[in-house]
Ligand binder design. Sequence first.
Ligand code: JFZ
Length: 425
Amino acid sequence: MNKLSWFLQSKYGAIVHWGLYAIPAGFWQGEYAPHGGEWIMKNWRSGIPYADYAALADQFNPENFDADAFVRFLKEDCGFRYLVFTTKHHDGFAMYDSACNDYNIMHTPYGKDVTRALSDACEKYGLTFCLYYSQLQDWADPNGFGNTWDFGPDQDKDFRKYLEEKCKPQLKELLTEYGKIGLIWFDTPYEMDKAQCQELVDFVHQFQPDCLINGRVGYNLGDYRQMGDRGIPLCTYPKPWEVPMTLNDTWGYRSDDDRWKTPEHVIRLLAEVAGKGGNLLLNIGPDAQGALPAESENILRTVGDWMKKNGESIYNTDPMPDFPYRLDTDFGCFTYSRDRKKLYMHIFRYPTVPPHQICVVGLETKVGKAYLLETGEEVMCWQTYETARDEHRLRVRLPYAKAPNALDTVVVIELEEDELRTQTL
Ligand code: JFZ
């Protein structure tokens, strides 16, 4: 069994950015700090002194946080298939019971190991449990990169000491004490050398050989390509890949970031990414109490409702060949299942003008019947070929004046051939 199988079939994961930074939520001493909430320690003025930032630990007490309910929500209401949790972000604070470094959640008024609670809940609800770990940046450690305002220039630091005394011991704790880990999600390798990155790959596999590693371990030594934040390739990328995507504009909770994407936007991103062969890793940034912003919860629930009825068009789909023309300017996009020999037509711009018909140029593969995924109701579908213009046309005619599902109406098109072929210009 290919160790990537679960990842390739999942298509839809959640990344949860949660830590001390949720307390200031983008503001320090009443003053705005730019960019993501999780970067406040570095981005406020010339940096928040470690002693001042670490004092947040004395305030951290999300006593109402319910890991079981949270994970059940992610799996059953939202339709996520894996969870990536920030066990240690760049601020160096560990959200788990780390024996090798006291700067962790157990030394707060809350005093509980949320990483273990999340691990147990993922096991219970069947969500693949994955861990984010910032392997280079650590603003709490004199030899971790990034904190130049307390500890001086990075080039003067002893990164080997950091690797041996914090990074690797913590990775070992996470890989030996929290059950099966689906993947380690490294981040910002920056100027690490290739040998150090390979060393981390080998170290992870020493404890869990089947644990996947993302591309941000560095030098593309991971098991799949990690696109830049919010970076969706223009065309299908045929190898395994994943794109992290914010639901608003930031990762860690900011009290002022209300630029929420609509559920329609998220579904379109999900369909586009799946059609191009990737996984969408959607961000959740709980507040200091571990609660989701109401807007975030509503968006995720609405997308989840759509997934309950249309998940077949996303889960376990395959990268598909590109069409000669953009499809989204006309109706939307396709996703594709090789095993099921099905194309899934995602209609975002419904043809409200009679005869409610969509024409797609460039599909060479012969098709059979077509039907609405949500109801099974057959719809008209036929193909023509114009020799003089060498154009294959597929026409689909819908039986309704308005979209059966305004978020995204999915039409299943059965293929009569094993290979999906499209024309190139
Ligand atoms: C990194 C982190 O710094 C950030 O806080 C968050 O965790 C995000 C998911 O990952 O930010 C990045 C890393 C890489 C790129 C952009 C932002 N990139 O390659 O474009």
